[in-house]
Design a protein around this ligand. Structure first.
Ligand SMILES: [Fe+2]
Ligand SMILES: [Fe+2]
Length: 340
C-alpha cells in the first residue's frame, strides 16, 4: 500500500524538528507582527471617492493626454472607478495568495516551513479582509482580470509545491508588492495609505520566505522536476511581462470607462496614438520598477534560469535582471525607496 505522500498532496513531518533556523525566525517574526484590522486601522477615516485615491501625477495611465479633455467631476468619477478597479485586482490576487498558502501548509515537507506558511495564510486572510472592506467603501468590486485568473488557476493546479511558491511568493507577490508600494506613494487617501503600510510589512516576510526556502529546495530537486518548475516560472513570468507591456493588462478597463461616462472606443483610439508617439504605460517617474527590481531578480535568485531555459527568455525579449538589492532592502526593512 502506498504511503500518504503518494496518494495525496499532504506531506507529514513527524519529527517536529527545526532544521532551518531562518524559517523559524520568519515564523517568530510573523507571530510578533500579527495585527488586527479592527484595532490597528482607523476605519472611521473618510474615503472621498472624489479625492485623489490615486494621484494622477503618480500613475502612468492618468498621464495620458486623452484625460485632459474631461471636466473635473468626470475626472473625479473616473479616478474613483479606476482606483476601485486597480484595488479589486489586488483583492483577487490576495484571495489567490490565501488559497495557495492553504495548499502549501499541507504540501511543504518541513515542520518549520508548515508553521511559517500557516502564519502566511492568516496574513493573506487579513489582506483579503482589509481590501474587501476598503472596496466596499468605494461601492464597487470589479471582476478579476482574465490573465490574472488564469495565472492564479495555474498556480493552484501545478503539482509541485516549489512551482506554487515561485508562482506566488516570487512572481505574483513581487508584482503585487510593486503595486502596493507605488499605490501607497500615489494615494491621497489616509485610510488606504495606512492599510497598505500594514499589508506591505507582511509581504516582506512572504517574499523572504520565497528566498530562504526556495533556492535550496530548487537545487535539491530531481533534474526532470526542476525543469518543470523552470518551465512554469518562465510561463508565469512571460505572461506577467506581456500583461504589463501590452493591452492585456487593460482587460476589464472598458467597464471603468463606461461607469465614468467615457466611451471606451475613444479611449482605444487615443491610447494607440499616444503609445505610437512614445507614451509608455509601464513607466511612472519615481515608481519602484516592479519587473526589473522585484519579479525577475527573484526568479533568477531562486535558481530557475538554467542554461536550458535562458534562450527562451531571450526569445521572449525578457531581460534577465539579476540585481537583488531592491528585493533585499525590502526583505530587511519592509520598505524600499522608490527609484527614478
Ligand atoms: Fe497578501
Ligand atoms: Fe503575501
Amino acid at each position: 500500500m502506498p504511503n500518504n505522500s503518494d496518494v495525496s498532496d499532504v506531506r507529514w513531518d513527524w519529527s517536529y524538528e527545526v532544521e532551518q533556523p531562518k524559517l523559524e525566525s520568519l515564523y517568530e517574526k510573523a507571530k510578533r507582527d500579527q495585527w488586527n484590522a479592527d484595532v490597528e486601522i482607523d476605519w472611521s477615516q473618510p474615503v472621498d471617492p472624489a479625492g485623489k485615491i490615486l494621484d494622477p501625477e503618480r500613475m502612468a495611465l492618468l498621464q495620458l493626454e486623452f484625460f485632459k479633455q474631461f471636466s473635473k467631476s468626470q475626472l473625479e468619477a473616473f479616478n474613483a472607478h479606476y482606483s476601485a478597479w486597480v484595488l479589486s485586482n489586488l483583492l483577487h490576487g490576495e484571495q489567490g495568495a490565501l488559497m495557495v498558502a492553504g495548499q502549501l501548509v499541507a504540501m511543504v515537507p518541513d515542520y518549520e516551513a508548515k508553521l511559517y506558511v500557516a502564519s502566511q495564510a492568516m496574513d493573506e486572510a487579513r489582506h483579503v479582509e482589509v481590501f474587501a472592506r476598503y472596496l466596499r467603501k468605494l461601492d464597487k468590486i470589479y471582476p478579476v482580470q482574465r490573465t490574472l485568473k488564469a495565472i492564479l488557476e495555474d498556480i493552484v493546479n501545478t503539482p509541485h509545491w516549489q512551482a506554487k511558491t515561485v508562482g506566488m511568493q516570487v512572481i505574483l507577490e513581487g508584482l503585487a508588492l510593486g503595486t502596493f508600494i507605488n499605490v501607497r506613494a500615489a494615494t491621497g487617501c489616509a485610510l488606504l495609505r495606512q492599510l497598505l503600510g500594514y499589508v506591505t510589512k507582511d509581504e516582506a516576510r512572504h517574499v523572504a520566505f520565497g528566498n530562504v526556502y526556495l533556492s535550496t529546495a530548487i537545487a535539491d530537486m530531481h533534474a526532470d522536476d526542476r525543469a518543470e518548475v523552470e518551465d512554469f516560472a518562465f510561463q508565469v513570468t512571460t505572461r506577467i511581462v506581456s500583461m504589463r507591456r501590452g493591452m492585456e493588462g487593460m482587460d476589464g478597463f472598458d467597464a471603468v470607462l463606461e461607469e465614468s461616462g467615457i466611451d471606451p472606443k475613444d479611449f482605444v483610439v487615443a491610447i494607440q496614438k499616444e503609445v505610437a508617439n512614445g507614451f509608455r504605460l509601464d513607466s511612472t517617474p519615481g515608481a519602484v520598477h516592479t519587473l526589473s527590481g522585484l519579479v525577475i531578480p527573484g526568479v533568477v535568485r531562486a535558481g530557475l534560469v538554467s542554461d536550458r531555459i535562458r534562450p527562451s527568455y531571450e526569445a521572449a525579449h525578457v531581460k534577465l535582471f539579476a540585481d537583488t538589492r531592491t528585493l533585499e532592502e525590502f526583505e530587511q526593512t519592509g520598505n524600499v525607496r522608490a527609484t527614478t
